[in-house]
Design a protein around this ligand. Sequence first.
Ligand code: ZN
Length: 595
Amino acid sequence: MSLAAVLLAAFTMSDLAAQPAADPIRYTLRFPAPHTHYVEVEAAVPTGKRSQVELMMAVWTPGSYLVREYERHVEGLAATGDGGRALAVSKPVKNRWRIETGGAATVTVRYRVYGREMTVRNNWIEKGFAMLNGAPTFLTLGDGAVHAHEVTIEPAAGWKASATPLMPVAGRPHTYRADDFDTLVDSPIVVGNPVTRTFTVDGKNHTLVLEGDPSLFDADRAAADVQKIVEAGRAVMGRLDYPHYFFLNMVTESGGGLEHKNAFLTMSSRFTTRTRRAYIDWLNLVGHEYFHNWNIKRLRPIELGPFNYEAENYTRGLWVGEGFTDYYGALLVKRAGLSTAAEYLDELSGSIERVQTRPGRGVQPVDMASFDTWIKQYRPDENSTNTSIDYYDKGATIAFLLDAKIRKASNGARTLDHAMRLAYERFAGAKGYTPDQFRATMSETAGIDLSAWFADAISSTKELDYTEALDFYGLRFATVDPATARATMGASTRSDNGRLVVSVVRRGTPAHDAGLNVDDEILAIDDIRVRADGLVARMDQYKPGDTVRVLVARRDRLTTLDVRLAPEPGRPWRLSVRPDQTPEQKTRMDAWLSR
Ligand SMILES: [Zn+2]
């Protein structure tokens, strides 16, 4: 962040003591032709009688760390002043519009936004409904001051309801208020005819909102189970700090989730509640996004607020913000009684397996994976697995190891739950924590100095040691017998119109050593044609240690490579309960997996 950006960020810091003095920016959202995927935005912008004002659109949205250039979907921006007089508008930079006010106290700005990206960080508008996010929708005054924002939605014909964590304005249907831009950006809006269910925990309303095609989605069952996840989360963190929480789930055959302070936005299939596997996956996603209301939205790395909406905001803390959230997401589902111990261990094993089979774990420390998320995590390519580590997976794995460490060091008296609550009491709200403060809080809860362990786990590429955690709970990893292992080249492939094409070449595999390249088309092995679906069966003709001649087409030129096959690694990172788990170990595991 540049010095100017730091100053700007300091000025945009919002707290309750600095209530906005001026009139709010008043937006009206209209959908005259929703089937064309546009929202028409009208904004009445108070100018403070300045001769010029600049309006700014965010280029990214918090929680999704990539500059997405939302301003590219803005079109037809025009401004009028007193008496409807047209005002001059210019663009000094890609995401700002400068308006000559002519001395008007309020200028009216109109523009249209195209929305047809079914992801949790953008907009979607169609005949039946609209899903809007703040960052890609609202221009705001770019003067660095705190401004209130008021939003009135005029639903399209046939749309009856709007749902958003924005504060409703009493007596004015579909009208909401945000005291600052952060709140506006942090509050998705769903308009249409959603199916809703509301339940209460701790006297607070929680509303499940299903939009898209929820006709096959079991809303009653989902709401009852989401309530159990809320209760399990409350048992971990001890308090609910939002006024009203909205679980906004778009039933649109898409995926993903994004956290907000008083809501989350997720996407799912219409068949979600129909199979146990899909449903547990969705509940795990709910657990993750919901746990964010504490971890990252209120308890956050110091760098993640106030945000600079016009540039990258760097933090080394996403191994906590995302990784620990991932750990708790599935754990809440287990503690809520919605998944079995085996299902939970399978989920956790997935994180561990992805860490331990990713060559990039030896290249990139997890704190740097967080720092470089803007150029790596959100921009993966065919070599990412070799050069980077995923802070979700490694962060969740570190949380698992840390939880066991705290439990062991305190003889079961304290857990990661206690540590997270202590961190929350100290650093939640406007403060944020530094990496040292967070680690020191963990050590303090454990009652032992964990700084050397953290330095290795977080800031180095040393291998993680699972021995202590496995011994503590009586768990083991799967054993793989090398004598029965199948032979493999170690490259991932895809079928491309019936062609067998290499998609990923992992470091240290026979394919890597032999010089097989991504996008090579594998034509034949030992002079016999291999079809796109025939590689596995062909490999079964060989043993590990055999050398095969692989004929590939590389940019249509035929090339032959000798590849010495290795044993397939199997899946040695799957956790299971040891057959000789002691009663003491079982007690510890039950304490870990139960409320
Ligand atoms: Zn997350």
